[in-house]
Design a binder for this molecule. Structure first.
Ligand code: PLP
Length: 392
């Protein structure tokens, strides 16, 4: 049979990076070893000096299980290569440290995960790397905010927790004019719904803890892009010792095989719930790009293939009433994560955005009565019944 070269995303999810081993294992087995042996000194040197691609030492990422899932992730996001990390925050940290030095500047655009905010706002300034935080609505001021020492414009492709959709092509055009790298966090959107590299973004990071892992049973991260841009990040990962463990990489590879079916099902149920939530009398606002009246709907329609499984909404009620509503939910587990087969619920002010000052939260519309749900793969009617009884 003639091999097709332009394979689809679901095919990459199942096959990319995997070859049958000598036993015919249908995908790359778990090589749970810290080091790998060589027949002679020349063979070691060939791998150490990069002439031959091979296994060497797991902390370097030179482990067959790790290398296989990295090839799969690169194919899924359409990048040349990928490096996997022990967490999403590890991937972000290595990326910022590899691309910025003391005296450099980052622009963080729109809402971001609270941990990312803390890294940029309080950790990196200790190393002389400063960040200007801008609202997603301030795109007209982006060009003027880029300084001669700005190295990166960073944003989430679907923002946490407001589900804002930023115009990626427009941001890329501005950043390129100033020769600044565009790095995005594609965790909420996933590669099924959005391909930032195809829109001109330089590097894509993910918390693989979320949709890519998909089962709340692993913690990891990845950065994907061109080999040239990734090269310095590899050295930071190696020397900070941030690589993902092989057991976790194997679990991630297993999960990626079902990514497309899972995300399409998350999208479909989230759309149904968002449409019903917006009609509910106790709800003031629903943030979901699949709703025709949502702020980012037109941009989302243009740049996305689907609208994700994440929904946030604001209820007409006090902080206590919001907590009571969350506590009444039975099928949604209260947990500060997302992207898993089971539905999860969180109040951003209690968890993901707890470390922001109340002034910062107010500026970003992260109000006390906001609830964020990660719509799982349960029957959607059961999820709706649960939300309805909690809203009563
Ligand atoms: N990016 C986003 C959008 C997140 O929601 C999170 C965690 O919740 C992270 C990054 C950090 O990921 P991790 O917890 O895997 O370090």
């Amino acid at each position: 049979m003639k091999k097709k070269t332009n394979l689809g995303l679901a095919t990459h999810c199942v096959h990319a990076g995997d070859t049958l081993d000598e036993h015919g294992a249908v995908f790359t087995p778990l090589y749970n070893f810290s080091t790998f042996g060589f027949p002679d000194t020349q063979s070691v040197l060939d791998v150490v000096e990069g002439r031959v691609e091979g296994s060497l030492y797991t902390r370097y990422g030179l482990n067959p299980t790790i290398q296989a899932v990295e090839k799969k992730l690169a194919a899924i996001e359409g990048g040349e290569a990928a490096w996997i990390f022990s967490s999403g925050m590890a991937a972000e940290t290595a990326t910022f440290l590899a691309r910025c030095k003391s005296g450099d500047h980052i622009i963080c655009f729109g809402d971001v995960y609270g941990g990312t905010y803390e890294l940029l706002d309080t950790c990196l300034p200790n190393l002389g790397i400063t960040t200007t935080f801008m609202l997603g609505s301030e795109i007209n001021q982006l060009s003027d905010s880029i300084k001669s020492n700005t190295r990166i414009v960073f944003f989430e492709t679907l923002t946490n927790p407001n589900m804002e959709v930023l115009d990626i092509a427009a941001i890329v055009t501005i950043a390129k004019k100033h020769d600044v790298l565009v790095v995005v966090d594609n965790t909420f959107a996933t590669p099924v719904n959005l391909n930032p590299l195809a829109l001109g973004v330089d590097l894509v990071v993910h918390s693989t803890t979320k949709y890519l892992g998909g089962h709340s049973d692993l913690t990891g991260g990845v950065v994907i892009g061109s080999k040239e841009l990734l090269k310095p990040i590899w050295h930071w990962r190696k020397n900070l010792g941030q690589v993902m463990a092989p057991e976790v990489a194997h679990l991630l590879a297993r999960s990626l095989r079902t990514l497309v079916v899972r995300v399409n099902a998350h999208n479909a149920s989230a759309q149904i719930l968002a449409e019903r939530l917006i009609e509910h009398p106790r709800i003031i606002k629903v943030n979901y790009p699949g709703l025709p009246d949502s702020v980012g709907h037109n941009i989302a329609k243009r740049q996305m293939n689907g609208f994700s499984g994440m929904v946030s909404f604001v209820i007409d009620g006090s902080t206590q009433e919001t907590a009571d509503l969350v506590d009444r939910l039975k099928l949604f587990t209260i947990a500060p994560s997302l992207g898993s087969v089971e539905s999860l619920v969180t109040q951003p002010i209690i968890t993901t955005h707890h470390n922001l000052t109340s002034a910062e939260r107010t500026k970003r519309g992260i109000v006390d009565s906001m609830i964020r749900i990660s719509v799982g793969l349960e029957d959607v009617e059961d999820l709706w019944d649960d939300l309805e009884q909690a809203l009563k």
